[in-house]
Design a protein around this ligand. Structure first.
Ligand code: ATP
Length: 296
């Protein structure tokens, strides 16, 4: 049995001269929270649009629940909850009307849960959508993505416009609950600390290329910040295998490296360097080092 909710293999996409996706592959196993992180314009939304079948893969392939989302939109879209970056909602409806209108489209719509979310988000069912603040609009869009208890929740920059309490406490709790129930979450964000708080795995995308995909634990285990001290001044940056960034000099240098710690220690020894400090970098530090490293 295939337990990947999403399978993207070797998808490329151009918009004129812009390469939005460059040979991207990504598997998202069922029941996990996958954080998709990248700078503005990295290709996150374009990837999500392929998952939704809004864009057809011109090269490579996309499968969601084992189905082609372009050929089988009914089989795929009914099981997806999508929070778009645009938070697009029908302006002329009231919140309660939107909930009643959307319900028949989703056999799995859970009215009790929808009402619970509405109360948690402090939304008035009689309020017209066109009069909502940005934050209320974001909460309404989130409610609509969640209320049918989708098998796959796609959240594109979910924190935008949400206040810190909803963002940190409510959103994180909802995302974790969805995954704990065996459903899958793909969370796109440029806020790395937010992704680190909630994601099991992370995919880093940069200029349309997948730079790194792994579980957060594995990424943390295989990235190390080391400060090396030399007895003699060093003319150039010390060469450690898997070094992504290096600052300092001429006697003391701090490196962020990708690799096994024992091998890095051996390599430092062969350079006659003393390791004076060793720590685990944050995911944000790793993201920046990986992305900057790709820039050269
Ligand atoms: P952001 O965090 O800013 O939303 P993103 O990672 O979601 O960015 P995308 O929206 O996927 O990035 O865009 C990737 C690249 O493709 C960008 O350079 C963008 O300008 C370009 N692009 C996306 N959609 C189109 C389009 N319809 N026409 C032309 N260019 C596009």
């Amino acid at each position: 049995m295939n337990d990947n909710t999403i399978e993207i293999s070797q998808v490329s996409r151009r918009f004129g001269k812009t390469v939005a996706l460059d040979d991207v592959s990504l598997n998202v196993p069922q029941g996990i929270v996958m954080g998709l992180i990248g700078e503005n314009g990295a290709g996150k939304t374009t990837l999500i649009k392929h998952v939704l079948g809004l864009l057809r893969a011109k090269t490579g392939g996309v499968r969601v629940f084992g189905l082609d989302p372009v050929r089988d939109p009914v089989g795929v879209l009914g099981r997806i909850g999508y929070l778009s970056e645009m938070r697009d909602l029908p302006e002329w409806m009231r919140i309660g009307e939107l909930m009643r209108y959307s319900r028949p489209f989703f056999p799995s719509w859970d009215q009790a849960y929808a009402e619970e979310l509405r109360e948690t988000f402090e939304l008035d069912s009689l309020q017209k959508i066109k009069t909502l603040s940005k934050g209320q609009r974001a909460r309404t869009a989130l409610l609509m993505a969640l209320a049918h208890r989708p098998d796959l929740l796609l959240l594109d920059e979910p924190s935008t416009s949400l206040d810190p309490i909803v963002r940190r406490d409510i959103l994180s709790a909802i995302i974790r609950t969805v995954a704990d129930e065996g459903r899958t979450v793909l969370l796109s964000s440029h806020l790395v600390d937010e992704v680190e708080r909630v994601a099991d795995s992370v995919a880093i995308i940069h200029h349309g290329q997948m730079v790194l995909t792994d579980s957060v634990n594995k990424i943390k285990e295989t990235h190390h910040r080391l400060t090396l001290r030399f007895d003699e001044p060093q003319a150039g940056t010390p060469q450690l295998p898997g070094a992504l960034s290096c600052v300092g000099g001429p006697l003391e240098w701090t490196l962020l490296c990708n690799g096994q710690i024992d091998q890095l220690k051996d390599a430092a020894r062969t350079l006659d360097a003393h390791i004076v400090e060793q720590s685990t970098p944050t995911l944000e530090d790793i993201f920046i080092a990986q992305v900057k490293n790709k820039a050269f």
